[in-house]
Design a protein around this ligand. Structure first.
Ligand SMILES: Nc1nc2c(ncn2[C@@H]2O[C@H](COP(=O)(O)OP(=O)(O)OP(=O)(O)O)[C@@H](O)[C@H]2O)c(=O)[nH]1
Ligand SMILES: [Mg+2]
Length: 324
């Protein structure tokens, strides 16, 4: 894999709270060429996380690093109080990607506060997030807190890739609990790696310019990602469309980024055939990149659908979220 220094743009990935730092650990362990940072109020969780930098926040507010107990106000205060420590580890980047789970106090409270701080410090960077929404059966308070946190995440980020945990059930529901989350984390790692690979000109038969990526993702709001795999390209495209974690309406997508990693050279006709399928409902902008990796067993198709509508998200935002 390409070392971080060879990537022609700078990406920093930041996990906030329990769910977020689990994903970051998987990404770090998969050697994706990005700087990784794990931030939590929970010392025990941080001790088992892997990242280039791990940062405990709010130690004084949480009795020495014991988490927020689900209180988003504590999460936000923890981040604001310790922002100098956090910023010591955050270098200017072209692209910041935050990963958090909403519903708890740290991901939901410190996450949006960090977006706010990053936006103030780096006004020209692309700032996005991968944010998961709790299961509906985790109670009303958690759901409403997640709704409030989501509306805050959307305020200052360019895009939020929303993942509904309830949709994890459809895909991986029969697996043991940790394994189910691990599969999700692994897909997030593949997604991040694929998007970065797709923007590196070396080894690509066609790459996406970072500046195009910037225009396509800027201020798009609610978004979804999908990762599809199959030994037939056409079926990998179907799999990517099916393996998203958001109930979004494909006819509302503003821009779509598609990265193909194919097993062999693909004819232009087949490539455009895949694009036709993805563009079935007509998207505003469609960017695509392609790499050929001949020793891979399956084709990989990675999609990012930016600026779209989802029934669940609309419902969450309508309520505006209450809080505890
Ligand atoms: N996708 C995913 N979701 C998770 C994971 N762990 C927990 N969750 C979900 O995320 C929600 C928030 O949990 P955490 O991320 O542990 O909460 P936190 O951000 O650490 O906040 P506090 O512990 O309350 O300070 C839970 O209700 C779960 O639905 C994970 O590893 N992956
Ligand atoms: Mg926690």
């Amino acid at each position: 894999m390409m070392p971080i220094s060879k990537v022609p743009f700078k990406v920093t990935l930041i996990g906030v709270g329990g769910g977020g730092i689990n994903s970051v650990t998987t990404i770090y362990d998969s050697k994706v060429p990005v700087i990784t940072i794990a931030i939590d109020t929970d010392k025990k969780q941080l001790n088992i996380a892997n990242a280039h930098h791990t940062i405990l926040i709010g130690e004084k507010l949480t009795y020495g690093g014991r988490g927020t107990g689900g209180d988003m106000k504590v999460g936000e205060e923890a981040l604001r109080n310790d922002i100098d420590i956090v910023m010591e580890h955050v270098r200017e980047s072209d692209f910041f990607l935050l990963i958090n789970s909403l519903g708890g106090g740290t991901g939901g409270g410190a996450g949006p506060a960090l977006i706010d701080e990053l936006r103030a410090e780096f006004p020209n960077s692309i700032i996005g997030s991968v944010s998961s929404i709790p299961f509906r059966h985790e109670g009303r308070v958690r759901w409403e807190n997640a709704s409030l946190a989501l509306s805050r995440m959307l305020e200052k980020s360019d895009f939020v890739l929303v993942s509904l945990n309830d949709m994890l059930l459809d895909k991986f529901g029969n697996l043991p609990v940790r394994e189910c989350f691990n599969r999700y984390d692994y897909l997030v790692a593949e997604y991040v790696k694929g998007v970065i690979d797709g923007m590196i000109p070396e080894n690509s038969v066609k790459h996406v310019d970072f500046s195009d990526f910037k225009i396509a993702t800027q201020k798009t709001g609610v978004s979804a990602f999908g990762v599809g795999r199959h030994h037939l390209l056409n079926s990998a495209v179907d799999d990517a469309l099916e393996t998203t974690f958001l109930d979004f309406d494909p006819s509302t997508v503003q821009s779509m980024l598609v990265i193909f990693r194919t097993r062999e050279m693909v004819s232009m006709k087949d490539a455009v055939g895949s694009l036709r399928k993805l563009n079935k409902y007509g998207v505003g902008r469609l960017l695509w990149g392609m790499r050929v990796v001949s020793n891979s067993s399956r084709n990989l198709v990675i999609i990012t659908a930016c600026g779209t509508k989802s029934r669940t998200v609309e419902e969450m935002l309508e309520r505006g979220g209450a809080s505890v």
